[in-house]
Ligand binder design. Structure first.
Ligand code: ADP
Length: 479
C-alpha cells in the first residue's frame, strides 16, 4: 500500500467516524426535541444514543492517535533508510544497497541509489587497481635504480626507500619505512645531514663522503619537492620530498686524475719556460752581442709569450693546489703596503706599456698589520691589478689601496675601464669563466683562484662594477 492510499484510507476512516458522530448527535437531538427529556419513554433512547456517541467518539480518538503516530512513521522510515545509505556511501561502504520495493514512492529513489552505489564500487575497484599497479611500477623503478632514493611525505615520514639508500644509510627496511625521518636522523649522522640540507635552503650542499660497498664513495644529494595541483590548480600543495643521491665517485676520481695531470704538466712546464726566459736574458745581454732591431722585436715578443705561459702555468698550479685541498698557508705578520708594493712592481712594465698610471691610497697610520700568507695575498693583488690594467683603456688610471673598516682590513683595486655587466658579477669567480665578448687574452682562472685564496684566509673577495664606468675588486680580511 502506498502512502497516498494510506493517507486516503486514514482520512476517510476519520471522516466516516466524524460523520457517524454528527449523525448520532443529530439523532440524539431529535429524540430530545421530540420527547420530553424527563419522560421515562425518552430515557432508554437517550442512553443508547449517548452510549453510541461515546463509543464512536472514543474510536475516533483512537483512530486519530493511531493516524498521528503511524502516518509520519511510514514517511520517516524510508527517509531514514535513505539517509543511512548515504552515510554508508560517504564512509566508502559501496556495498550498501536499499530495498524499498514495498514503498512505491521511494522505489525509484532506491533503485537510483543502488545503481549509483554499484557504479561507485566499480570505479573504486578500478582506481584501486590502477593505484596499486602504479605503486608496483614505481616500486620496481625505484628498486631498479642504482642510486639511493628516499621518498618522504609532507610530515617527513619515509614513504619509500630503496636498497641502495638503506645500504648507504646503514638502515634496515623495517626500521626505516613509515618512520619519521627527523626522529631517525637523531641516531643517523648521514640522514641528519640530508634532512638539514632539505630543510634549510642555505645549508652548504657539498658532496657527501660515504663509506659504502667497502670503499669511500662520493654522493651528490638533490632534493626534489613534490607538489600536487589536482585539487586547486592555482594553489599547489606540498605533498612531500624526494631525496636523490647521485654517486659521483667516478667523476671525483676522474677529477682528481685531471688535477694531478694538470699539476704535473704545469710543474714540468715551468722549468723549460724558465730556461727560455733565462736564454732570452742572455740574448739581450749586450756583452754577448748586439741584436738588430728585428731580432730585438722577436726576442721581446718571445719574452711576452714566455711570460704569459709562465703566468698560466702558475695559475694552473695554484688551481690544482686548491682543488687537491693542498693549499698550505704559511701565515706571517705582514704590512699591507708591502703586498701593494709587490703587486705594483710585478705589473709596472705592463702598466708603462699601456701608459697606465697606478695610484696608491694608503693612510699609513690607520692600517694595522695582517697575519696572512703574504705570497698568496700578494698573488691575488697582482692578479687584480693585472686585470685592472688589461681591462682599462690606454693612459687610464688605476687605484690600488687599503683601508680599515669595522671588521678588519679592506684591500682594493679600482679601474675606470669597461666595467662588468651585473649579470656576470657572480660568474666571473667561476673556473674558466670569461665575460662573453672579452677580447683581451686570458684563461678565466685568475679570479676563481683569487677567491679560493682569500676564502682560505677566512676573508671575502667581491666586486662592485658598472658597465662603462669601471670596476672595484675588494678583498676583506680580518686584521
Ligand atoms: P682572465 O682575466 O684571465 O680572463 P679572470 O678570472 O681574472 O680571468 O677574469 C674573468 C673575467 O672577468 C675576465 O675574462 C673578464 O671578462 C672579467 N674581468 C675581470 N676583471 C675585470 C676588470 N677589471 N674589468 C672588466 N672585466 C674584468
Amino acid at each position: 500500500m502506498n502512502i497516498r492510499t494510506k493517507l486516503l484510507l486514514g482520512i476517510g476512516l476519520l471522516a466516516a467516524m466524524i460523520i457517524l458522530l454528527v449523525a448520532l448527535s443529530v439523532v440524539n437531538l431529535q429524540i430530545l426535541t421530540a420527547t420530553d427529556p424527563d419522560s421515562p419513554a425518552a430515557m432508554p433512547g437517550l442512553d443508547r444514543a449517548l452510549l453510541w456517541i461515546s463509543v464512536t467518539g472514543i474510536i475516533s480518538v483512537f483512530i486519530s492517535v493511531f493516524l498521528l503516530i503511524w502516518l509520519p512513521h511510514t514517511i520517516e522510515k524510508p527517509i531514514k533508510e535513505l539517509t543511512n545509505g548515504i552515510m554508508e556511501i560517504a564512509n566508502h561502504n559501496y556495498d550498501k544497497r536499499l530495498n524499498m520495493q514495498d514503498k512505491a514512492e521511494f522505489r525509484e529513489v532506491a533503485d537510483n541509489f543502488n545503481r549509483m552505489a554499484e557504479r561507485l564500487k566499480k570505479y573504486r575497484e578500478n582506481t584501486l587497481t590502477d593505484i596499486l599497479s602504479g605503486k608496483k611500477f614505481i616500486e620496481a623503478i625505484v628498486n631498479s635504480i642504482h642510486e639511493p632514493i628516499i621518498g618522504l611525505n609532507r610530515d617527513r615520514e619515509i614513504l619509500f626507500i630503496n636498497k641502495e639508500a638503506l645500504n648507504v644509510l646503514n638502515l634496515k627496511k623495517e626500521e626505516a619505512l613509515h618512520q619519521s625521518a627527523e626522529e631517525l636522523s637523531l641516531k643517523n649522522d648521514l640522514l641528519r645531514r640530508l634532512i638539514r640540507e632539505l630543510i634549510s635552503s642555505d645549508a652548504k650542499k657539498e658532496p657527501l663522503k660515504i663509506y659504502a660497498d667497502n670503499k669511500e664513495s662520493y654522493f651528490q644529494a638533490s632534493y626534489i619537492p613534490i607538489v600536487g595541483t589536482d585539487i586547486a590548480p592555482d594553489e599547489p600543495r606540498a605533498l612531500g620530498d624526494l631525496i636523490l643521491l647521485q654517486n659521483i665517485t667516478e667523476f671525483k676520481e676522474l677529477d682528481s686524475a685531471k688535477t694531478t695531470f694538470i699539476s704535473t704538466i704545469s710543474h714540468e712546464l715551468k722549468t723549460p719556460i724558465a730556461a727560455i726566459l733565462m736564454s732570452l736574458q742572455l740574448l739581450e745581454d749586450k756583452r754577448i752581442g748586439m741584436l738588430n732591431e728585428e731580432q730585438e722585436q722577436l726576442s721581446s715578443s718571445i719574452k711576452e709569450s714566455a711570460d704569459r705561459l709562465l703566468g698560466i702555468a702558475s695559475e694552473l698550479l695554484n688551481m690544482t693546489q686548491v682543488e687537491a685541498g693542498k693549499l698550505n698557508l704559511i701565515p706571517k705578520i705582514t704590512k699591507p703596503i708591502e703586498l701593494i708594493e709587490y703587486a705594483i712592481k710585478a705589473n709596472q712594465v705592463q702598466a708603462d706599456k699601456f701608459g697606465i698610471q697606478i695610484e696608491v691610497e694608503y693612510p699609513e697610520e690607520k692600517i694595522p698589520k695582517l697575519f696572512v700568507d703574504s705570497e698568496k695575498i700578494a698573488w691575488v693583488l697582482t692578479n687584480l691589478l693585472s686585470n685592472a690594467i688589461r681591462y682599462s683603456k690606454e693612459n687610464a688610471r688605476v687605484i690600488i689601496g687599503a683601508q680599515q673598516d669595522a671588521d678588519g682590513i679592506e684591500l682594493y683595486v679600482q679601474d675606470f675601464g669597461r666595467g662588468i655587466d651585473p649579470r656576470y658579477h657572480q660568474s666571473i669567480f667561476d673556473r674558466y669563466f670569461r665575460v662573453p665578448g672579452t677580447k683581451v687574452q686570458g684563461s678565466g682562472l685568475g679570479l676563481s683562484i683569487s677567491k679560493d685564496f682569500i676564502e682560505a684566509h677566512g676573508g671575502t673577495l667581491s666586486v662592485e662594477s658598472e658597465l662603462g664606468r669601471g670596476s672595484r675588486f675588494i678583498i676583506r680580511l680580518k686584521a
